[in-house]
Design a protein around this ligand. Structure first.
Ligand code: AMP
Length: 420
């Protein structure tokens, strides 16, 4: 009886050898941008305490109420992290990173998990890059974060994106707005979708996020948060727009863009693309001045963004952008006989220490099969070695693209390959 074959879980994908070079390329762009913007990498565990995520992301969000991969072991409750901000805030607080002085500019790259219904641009394991700037309430920080995010897409060559911005105000502005929204929706409660009804009392701003058909007309006529901003929130928002303009970063204001979580304050933004289907947000973020305190830290103003790799690749594919292919091997050692194989084994480290990508045959194949393999690996050069070459110290260097061969000593051969 044949053994059972396995498949990856629904909504979770392998990143195969032919694809991983594109991921590496994008990661390189992110790291390069982070260096230019002077953000340091932070790596947090894949699992976090469930309570941190519940409090950090918010009990009422879909993420916490429906989509957590959570389990218990002994007395501990674990959740596969569904997002990066709460974990980074936990690490910031746990290690007193604020005590290093100044603002903390951190970025991260990694896998995240949400038990969603998989569809285009929506996976159960997905990958984000994100950045957090902690310890500054200045609108310059908001714009630094947005600029970082935009620069990654620019470097990746993704076109036709649209930056939406809004202000969700300070807690005081939001309190007035919340009342205004409830006053507006109350007479129409019976017309709202079931999900929006449940949000009416606790978090009416999230009704504006609703994708339900029956809510749309009412949402269109709803009061706008920007009409309820306090003087200081208005001033903050004006400065964000002024600084974006100063950097020539185009944006559209969208007063419906609310991040429904209570800890979000002031600036909210989203980067959307028309090329990736109904899940059109490449990324988004905002200010969260109350979060760090909410999870037990000192009050610390902060702002951040998170973007998805999978959607970046969807946009790239739609726009015909292909990231660098896997580097081909620089050199393949083709061996004839056991002595030659031993020699190759010993010379590979030398070639590699010269910065070359070097490989050989690991299956004891014929010369012909090895040459074929070297071609398959797109090797630029092959070194052909057998007993007579070992005796004379003169090795055959084959230029695989030009199909030419020359005999030479090892050091000459290395300099020839490295300078090619
Ligand atoms: P969020 O943390 O929900 O604000 O999401 C930020 C970005 O992460 C989104 O704009 C997407 O690019 C990406 N993202 C979030 N959830 C998923 C998912 N389930 N599958 C793929 N990408 C996702």
């Amino acid at each position: 009886m044949s053994k059972q074959k396995f498949q990856a879980h629904l909504g979770m994908s392998d990143i195969l050898p032919g694809e991983s070079s594109a991921w590496l390329r994008v990661e390189k762009i992110i790291r390069e941008t982070a260096r230019e913007f002077h953000f340091e990498e932070i790596r947090t565990p894949i699992m976090e305490p469930t309570e941190l995520i519940a409090r950090g992301v918010g009990q009422l969000t879909d993420i916490v109420s429906k989509e957590m991969f959570a389990f218990e072991r002994g007395d501990d409750k674990y959740v596969l992290r569904p997002e990066g901000t709460a974990p980074v805030c936990r690490a910031y607080t746990e290690h007193n990173l604020g005590q290093r002085g100044g603002t903390q500019k951190l970025f991260y790259i990694g896998p995240f998990f949400r038990a969603e219904r998989p569809q285009k641009g929506r996976r159960r394991q997905f990958h984000q890059f994100g950045a957090e700037l902690m310890g500054s309430a200045d609108p310059l920080a908001d714009v630094e974060i947005i600029h970082f995010m935009m620069t990654v897409y620019k470097k990746a060559g993704i076109k036709g994106t649209s930056l939406k911005i809004n202000s969700v105000g300070d807690p005081e502005s939001r309190k007035t707005y919340k009342t205004a929204l409830q006053d507006y929706f109350r007479p129409h409660l019976d017309k709202l979708s079931e999900i929006s009804k449940t949000r009416f009392e606790s978090n009416p701003m999230r009704i504006l996020d609703s994708k339900e058909e029956e809510d749309q007309d009412l949402i269109t006529g709803a009061p706008k948060i920007t009409d309820y901003l306090s003087e200081s929130s208005k001033a903050h928002y004006e400065l964000v727009k002024k600084y974006l303009a100063a950097l020539d970063i185009p944006f559209v204001e969208d007063s419906r863009l609310v991040r429904g979580l209570d800890y979000y304050t002031e600036t909210a933004f989203e980067l959307v693309s028309g090329d990736i289907g109904s899940q059109d947000a490449l990324g988004g973020g905002g200010r969260y001045d109350l979060l760090i305190e909410e999870i037990g830290g000192q009050p610390t103003p902060a702002v951040g963004f998170a973007c998805g790799f999978e959607r970046l690749f969807l946009a790239a594919e739609a726009q015909g952008i292909s990231f660098e292919k896997e580097q081909s091997a620089d050199v393949y050692i083709v061996t004839r006989g056991d002595e030659a194989r031993l020699w190759a084994l010993k010379q590979l480290p030398l070639l590699r220490s010269n910065g070359l990508s070097a490989t050989m045959d690991y299956a004891g194949r014929s010369i012909k099969a090895q040459m074929k393999d070297a071609n398959r690996e797109q090797a630029k050069f092959a070194i052909i070695v057998g007993d007579s070459e070992l005796e004379t110290g003169q090795f055959t260097l084959r230029n695989m693209t030009e199909s030419t061969e020359e005999a030479m000593a090892l050091d000459e051969l290395i300099s020839k390959i490295t300078s090619a």
